[in-house]
Design a protein around this ligand. Structure first.
Ligand code: 5GP
Ligand code: ZN
Length: 139
């Protein structure tokens, strides 16, 4: 727990939330600033700032709940699709530094998340980065 963290305050019950689901490791509730109706968050109950800090069993617990919650959300709001979003570090848009996943219902032509500006690797660059990543991988 962190006293400075708004999601820890929600876990402790000090700040109310529109709860959807909880078990001993995770909590899901509606995002207070929805990108679309039904936009939910799934958070760890224990405070970790980023996904790379989360122990594997907690990451697995979070992942195991995403599909069923997403199914319930899109059924409830009658949306034909959804995005799962997990921001890590401020440069990636993480405002609340407590691990969480967004479940964002999507509709055709809703104007959210246009096509991303995909690039191409120059010759040899993909293999160079592949090698650097595999050299750094601690699993
Ligand atoms: P991030 O940008 O860190 O990935 O997303 C944080 C999310 O938390 C935002 O979508 C924001 O609307 C949501 N949020 C921030 N404070 C609260 C709160 O007090 N209650 C709820 N339900 N959501 C919050
Ligand atoms: Zn926290």
């Amino acid at each position: 727990m962190s006293d400075q963290c708004i999601f820890c305050e929600i876990v402790k019950g000090n700040i109310p939330c529109a709860k959807i689901f909880e078990d001993d490791q995770v909590l899901s509730f509606l995002d207070i600033g929805p990108l679309s109706p039904g936009h939910c968050l799934l958070i760890s109950k224990k405070h970790y700032a980023r996904l790379e800090h989360c122990p594997a069993d907690l990451t697995a617990a979070l992942a195991s709940r995403l599909g069923p919650i997403a199914q319930a959300v899109i059924t409830a709001v009658n949306a034909p699709g959804y995005n799962i979003l997990n921001n890590n570090h401020p440069c990636a848009g993480q405002l609340v530094e407590h691990v969480h996943f967004h479940i964002i219902p999507r509709n055709p032509n809703d104007g959210l998340f246009g096509n991303w500006p995909a690039d191409k690797y120059p010759a040899g660059e993909m293999e160079r980065i592949q090698q650097k990543i595999t050299d750094s991988l601690a699993i």
